[in-house]
Design a protein around this ligand. Structure first.
Ligand SMILES: [Zn+2]
Ligand SMILES: [Zn+2]
Ligand SMILES: [Zn+2]
Length: 334
């Protein structure tokens, strides 16, 4: 029998698997494509859990609010607990498991990035990206303060191929009580306790002047990584060493918003609006495993992963990162 919200570790590796029957119970309205049924659209706020962070546009500032008895109207960004989470704050005791397992303890949130249902992320104005990232930063900070949270993982799934169940633009956050395996591997390889030892700092120095540069903003740069696992994959990182988005100033968030918007637009032009995942790699709460130079990774869904990729973690990329960078950078509009 599967227990609700259980996280299992592989026999031999650090691979983690969350068994969650709650996710499968997402009702049909959540997979509906029509705007009329979308729970994230303005006017349907009561269909979601109460928002714990709402940004509202005032005359010359953004007000931060929360839903009271009545949901806040006229919002520009809205964040609430995921109604169908894979992890849960209730620590359900597990009967003695056969192998390594624990309750899938954690919190899961949704940030609706715009009231406009029809926009795709590459169409979201820089100003709106900035607001969504401001909410993301604030929520990350709050979640890192909660008991038992070691990691806050943020991601975007755009399009059905990328796993989105709802087309209305939204970000997701999920907390884990352990550092995810890929982040552990990056921590080991990056050695990013300080900028003078950080390998991503060294990589950036080279990539900023190399054939894989897509866009150099004032404070953030986008490049296609040397060993891209996806065709047209690119990463966005602060040029000056930062270990988490919590260190990023509002002005810097504005710059990363510009870089994201420009590169996603270029991607949409080159590949005609591909589905993609955009993920945030930040340092874990507890630094005993080291610190990461934080960055964003974007994985366009162009080709399918097959036996080699799934079974050996060896990837075939049909577009060299150099060619991808050349095409993407040529489609950036300045
Ligand atoms: Zn909607
Ligand atoms: Zn660094
Ligand atoms: Zn990474």
């Amino acid at each position: 029998m599967t227990i609700l919200g259980e996280i299992r570790k592989d026999y031999f590796t650090n691979r983690l698997v969350i068994n969650s029957e709650a996710r499968a119970k997402r009702p049909a309205e959540f997979v509906a494509k029509g705007k009329s049924k979308c729970a994230f659209c303005p006017g349907r706020e009561s269909l979601t859990p109460p928002a714990e962070l709402v940004l509202v546009e005032r005359k010359d500032a953004i007000a931060v609010m929360v839903d009271q008895v009545e949901p806040v109207k006229n919002w520009t960004v809205r964040a609430f607990a995921n109604k169908f989470p894979a992890v849960s704050p209730s620590k359900v005791p597990l009967p003695k498991p056969d192998f390594d397992a624990e309750p899938a303890y954690g919190f899961q949130y949704v940030i609706v990035a715009t009231p406009n249902h029809k926009l795709s992320f590459h169409q979201l104005p820089v100003r709106q990206w900035h607001r969504a990232l401001t909410a993301f930063q604030e929520l990350t900070k709050r979640l890192l303060h909660r008991e038992g949270v070691q990691y806050v993982y943020g991601f975007i799934n755009q399009g059905e191929q990328a796993g989105a169940s709802l087309s209305h633009p939204h970000l997701q956050l999920l907390t884990l009580s352990a550092t995810p395996p890929l982040i552990q591997e990056e921590l080991k390889g990056m050695d990013g306790l300080a900028s003078n030892t950080c390998k991503l700092c060294t990589v950036l120095e080279k990539e900023l002047n190399g054939p894989r540069l897509v866009l150099k903003g004032e404070q953030f740069a986008a490049f296609t990584p040397w060993a891209s696992t996806h065709a047209y994959e690119f990463w966005i990182a602060p040029i000056v060493h930062q270990t988490t988005i919590l260190e990023t100033t509002s002005k810097q968030l504005a710059n990363v918003s510009e870089v994201i918007r420009s590169t996603l637009s270029a991607l949409a032009r080159v590949l005609h609006n591909p589905d993609f995942n955009l993920v945030f790699h930040i340092s874990p709460r507890n630094h005993t495993e080291g610190k990461l130079h934080w960055h964003i990774e974007v994985y366009p869904h162009v080709t399918k992963w097959a036996g080699l990729e799934r079974g050996a973690r060896v990837y075939i990329n049909q577009v060299t990162p150099e060619e991808a960078a050349r095409k993407l950078s040529s489609r950036i509009r300045h």
